[in-house]
Write a protein that binds this ligand. Sequence first.
Ligand SMILES: [Zn+2]
Length: 118
Amino acid sequence: MDKHVMAILNNCKEKMHNTIPDWEKAINAFHRIWTPERDADIQASIIELEEYMKGQEEQDKAMESRMRFVMAANEGLKPGSQKEFDCPICGGQAYASRASYNGHLHARCDNCGIVVMQ
Ligand SMILES: [Zn+2]
């Protein structure tokens, strides 16, 4: 396998060690199917994989921001009350209220546009 492919694989390895527990097996799998003729195909698959991982990372980040927003909105918010708070995502003015009858949270930030209803 050429150095370029190994470099991409190692780069993927860095990013994926949390996601693919058995990375050595994955590398071996690439090694097993690699032939000079398949090189371009395999590289394309690896790049696809890399892009997929990037997408996952972005999703994780978005999820994490959302969690932080919900936690900030929930803090000290009693049923039937409402409050203003600093949006932990953009620093803008955010609003949260909790319904008295079912305890559901409704929170939003008009600055970054996040809305949470639960
Ligand atoms: Zn915001």
